[in-house]
Structure formats: C-alpha cells, structure tokens
Design a protein around this ligand. Sequence first.
Ligand code: ADP
Ligand code: ZN
Ligand code: ZN
Length: 741
Amino acid sequence: MRYAEIIVDLSAGAVDRLFTYSVPEGMEIGEGWQVEVPFGPRSLEGFVVSMKDHCDLPPEKVKAVRRAVWDYPVILPELLELAVWMHERYLCNLVDALRLMIPAQMRGDRVRARTRRVAHLLLTDGQAEKFIEENRRAKAQIELLRRLQQGDLDAAGLSPSALKGLVEKGAAVIVNQETRRTPTALKREERTQDPVLMPGQRRAVAELTDALERGGGRFLLNGVTGSGKTEVYIRLIRRALELGKTAIVLVPEIALTPQMVSWLHARFGADAAVLHSRLSVGERYDEWRRIRFGEARVVIGARSAVFAPLENIGAIVVDEEHESSYQSDKRPRYDAREIAWRRAEKHGGVLLLGSATPSISSYMRAMPGVRKENALTLIELRERVKGRPLPEVELVDMRGEFERGNHSIFSAKLSAALRECLDSGKQAVLFINRRGHSTFVSCRACGYVVKCGQCDVSMTYHQSENVLRCHYCGSELPPPKTCPKCGSRYIKYFGAGTQKVQEEVNRLFPDARTVRVDVDTTREKDAHEKLLERFRSGDANVMIGTQMIAKGLDFPHVTLVGVVAADMTLNLPDYRSVERTFQLITQVAGRAGRADDPGRVIVQTYEPDHYGVRLAAAQDYRAFYHQESAFRRRALYPPFTVIARIVYSAKDPGQAKTAAERAEEKLNAYIDESGMRQDVVQMRATEAPIKLLRGLSRWQVFLKMYFKGDLEGVSREMQALADGAPPEVQAELEINPSNLF
Ligand code: ADP
Ligand code: ZN
Ligand code: ZN
C-alpha cells in the first residue's frame, strides 16, 4: 500500500499540517499532484507533499484519495521545496505558498469540470454600443455584455438566458478553455534583428554569460537610463536558451512596461510566455500550461511570475529592481527578489537585478566588504547607447516663482519650454506624483514643510480631525495658520493632481493634445496600452501622468520632460521618501532624449538644495547612495535595521489596544529572556498611524532591531503572538513592510 501526505487546500492554521491518505491501487499520483480527498463530511482539494510506503495509523482511520484533479504533477519538486521554505521564512500556511504556484482557476470548484467554458465577447467597443442601441430592452444581455467588455468570464457563473441571447445574436461565443489564446500584448511584433552591442554592453554580457556557463552568480546591473539594459538581458537569456536552459524576466507591473513585453517577444517569439494579473482567465491558464510543458522557455511577468513552473533555470532577471511592487503586501509577504535569489541559486543560474537607481539595500550588497553569501557583483553601464548624452536637467526653484507673482503650477521656464516643444512638433511628458496628493502641509512662499520633531519625516494632514500627525511615532500638532519659518499665510496642504495639470495645459495651450495616464484613466483592461498608443502614434503630443509613466517607456520624439512638483514624494511620511524621490526624478528624466533629438528636463521644486533632488538632477546615483546610506546609518533605518510590527484591528478600540499592550509585555519578556535587549532599537505598542481602517480600530506593536539580531527568533515569537490574539481581534505580522500606514 502507498500513502500520500497531503496538505488540504484550506487556509487555516488548524489544518496547516500533513494528513495521511491511502492511495487506491492503480491510481498514479506522487509528490506535487493536486488531488481530491474526503475531509470530515466534505470533499476537499489538496496537494501531495510526500509519499510513503507505510503508515502507523490504524487502517480504519485512513481514508483513500478520491481522485487526481489533473493528470500530471502541478507543482514541480523544486517549487514544492520552495513552498516549504516559504512556510518557514514568511510564517505563512504551507497551502498559502502552494497556491502561488498554480493559476487560481486550477483550484476549487471552478475546475471540477475539466471542460470549463468561458464566455468571450466578439464585439469591438463600437459594435458593442450599436448592439446596446439595437437591443435596448434586453437588460440582462446588456449588463452581461458590459461585464464581458472587461474580460472573459466563466460561463458557469453567468445567467444562462442572457448568455444564450448574446451567443445567438453573434455577440459572444463560449470557448472551451483548452483552446489557447495568445495575450494581445504578444501578438503584434515580428522577430527583429539584434543590434550590435555597445562596448559597455558587450563587457556586461561577457561577464554574465561567463557566470552562466560556470554555474551561476548574482549581479546588480546599474546602468543609466537609456544605457540599453534590456539588450543585456536579452543576450543573457539568449545564451541560457542556447545552453538548453530557461529564463524568467520580472517587471514591476506588466501593464506599465508593455514595451519590455513586446521587445522580448520580438526576440524570442513563441518561446516567450507572459504571466500577469490582467490576462483573462483563459489566457493565464494557457500561458501557465505552455510553461509547465516546456513549450515556452522565457517567462515575463510581474511579481508572482517568479514562481513560474520552469525547469533548469539559467537566468532570472529583475528589471527596475528598486520597485516596491516586488514585495508582496498580502500573505505570504514574500519578496520576489529573495525568491529569485533562491531559485537562481538552486538551479545554478544567474540572478540579475537591473536598475538605473538600485535600492539602497541592493547597492549595499554590491559594495566591498559584504559577506560572500550576501554579495552581488556590480556591473555598470555609464553611458547611453550610441553616445547619446544624458538629458540635461534644470532645476526651477518654485519659491522664486511665487515671489515674482507667478502662482500658477507651471514656472515661466516650463511654460516657455512647453510652448517651444509644441511649436517644433515634438512631444512632452509632464509628471506629477499623485501619491503625495494633498497630504502634507507646506508653505507656498518658502517651501517649509511641517515635520515631526522626533522622526524627521513630514507630518500628514488629517482633514477629518484637522490635525497633523506623524505616521511613525503618532505625535500630533495643530496645523499652523502661518508659516513657522517665514510667517506667510500661504501655508496649506499640497495638492495639484494630474487632472488639475491636464486642465491647466488645455487652458494655457489650446493646441496641445493631451493624454492622461493615472489610476483613474487606466482601470479598464488594455486602457493603459491604448493611451500609450495614442501618444506613440503622435495622436497626442503631451502626456500627463503619475509614477505610472516613469518607468521603462521609450518614446523617441519626447524632447521635453517636466516634473511639476518634485517635492511631493520627498515629504511623504516614510524613511524611504528621499530614495523614492531620487528614483522618480531620475527615471522620469530618463524618458527624454532617447533618440536623436536631445532631451530637456525641467524639474520644479521647493527644495533645489536637497541632496535627493540635486543628485537626481545630476543623475549621480553613486553620490546619492553615499549620502542616503549615511543618513540611514545615522537614523538607524533599514537596511541597517529591520522593522517589524504586528497590527491589531478590532471593532472595539479597547480590545485592539489591550491586545497590543499584552503583546508588548510578552515580547518584552521574550527579548529579555533570550538576551536580545542590546539588538533592539525600539519596541512598543502604539496606535497605528491610520487608527481606523475599514471600520476597524488599529493598534500596533512596532519593533526596530539591528540587522545582526536574531530576526528569525523574534519573528517566530511575534507570529505566535499574532496567532494567539483573541478571536475578536485580527492580528497581522509584517516584516519590513513596504508601507507603514
Ligand atoms: P534602459 O533600460 O537602460 O533605460 P533600454 O534598454 O530601454 O535602456 O534601451 C534604450 C534604447 O536603446 C532602446 O530603444 C533600445 O532598443 C536601444 N538600444 C539598446 N542597445 C542598443 C545597441 N547596442 N544599439 C542600438 N540601439 C540600442
Ligand atoms: Zn514659509
Ligand atoms: Zn514622529
């Protein structure tokens, strides 16, 4: 008799352990298979974690596996092992890690019938409007049509009569999921020729392929914007394929980097697969199967594509490695860079992190003196391809504009440059960071920003209570009526969003054809690509956007880039705000002058002397790194320390508070008992920066400790505390969270 040790597909601490089932004679299953098993009165799906030949339980207690859900192991051995590691490392249920390894639609009732059917709309937007016009009384059909415009839907969940109506009228079809779809992003491009490498690129490629041939390595590619990093990735991947290996390319968000997808597809054709959340249900499933069965050997995708079921991985590239989107903000709170690191090591492949503005923590690993097991090898590309100059960045001091009576959101210089750009038939990009929209209080006359006395981060204005609060330590201040520094009455919360900028451009430049790219204009499927296409085709000549437009875009006719308010991110209540500002300015500036026209970049700021702004303008990453890491070291911020917290949320504020205070007490005891006191910088229970979220009051136990401390021990203890919270309180542990609200 054979037995299977199974983890059931229920995310709950109580079932986060292996259950033993017998395998009926003739059923061919093994590790990594997805199966259906009886569980109490129910039937559940689960994953086989291991197999064995004997079982100590009495035979009548052991139930049999009902069936295999799929006729092949859905989780490869290496990924199974990775899930077990994640279970330990990120303190999640094992099944939470396993769930990341297969598309969601392969789990649960949705796949019970393997002939899953998907409804697909056949009409273009124009045709759909006409259809609605002509079928006005068919309310249910119209409603369904609207939903299908957002993407394919599982036929099983839809109104049968409405669907039948649409199908009969030729507006929709029901497709069997087995038919493969190619995501729209991959359809266009033809295969193209390789350009001749620049000397810097050639050296980088040689070093990387050398490592690949010798059994792997870890690298940080720091190349200025427009230095041709993508081409380096492509050559490395090409070599991996030649050696019979596979590759993964991670990008911050697929929708934001459509060009990367089309370039890779142009070079690797059907060898490339794309995995990301905006694909329709059917597309994602198809792509995953192509990868699992070795039909696609290069995978491009956002964070979760790091779990792609590839074997024999030769290279994992993480583009724009500094982006916070690589850190998952849901359980399991994994870091895709860390997973990439581990997978590359397991396969003897190359890990390549790339960025013009690496994260402080990655760059630190590339500096001398780092222990070998933590180190990255630095490769630099200091010049743009074809000897193109880096764009010249001009800083405009907005305090001076204000003094001269210009209260508009555009400086005289930016207005004039925009006028000139439009007159010469070129294109402009205007960048404004919405994340900082109306949150911090600053003086329009002198640029003074209200900061917390203990934390050196700006205070956040809470309109409902009319108070300024520090998001780190919780201290409060009434908002000042006049500027504490210069006495001006023009001190108010900062806020000029993308919409405002677009209105201003349209008002001041009636001949401008604007396109706006932000979360509001890109909600619908493919909306983002359509907007970019309008700009690429020249249909629009001014693009206004948020950080969405800062990354990876390559538009040859852009000669002017304007950063409307550079300080917006500088004063976010987060120790990473300077780093983020530096990254944004550098990245946005990098959008200019990418073809033969020289680029001009104008950055409006109230703090032209701030090192984050000044060094971004000089595009001097290394100098920035030295300043910023010195600041982090002094102020005891990561990567010199680690931040962890448990957030307690409850309907009743008293309960959240009590839970946090109890945990603080216990954690204090643990710290003393385990002799770690000297490693802990700060630990206390406080109200969370956002006290009320979705109707729940929030408290936290906040911990900052030195990097060298026993983080594993502490986090295990904190997880135990979180798990032991009373039932009426939700508790969530976060280690190095990307946001501290
Ligand atoms: P980065 O990611 O470093 O900002 P990209 O990879 O986007 O730079 O490359 C910038 C531009 O240069 C792209 O249009 C790319 O096609 C082009 N390019 C890259 N390498 C070469 C080369 N060796 N010769 C000619 N053009 C190149
Ligand atoms: Zn002032
Ligand atoms: Zn503070």
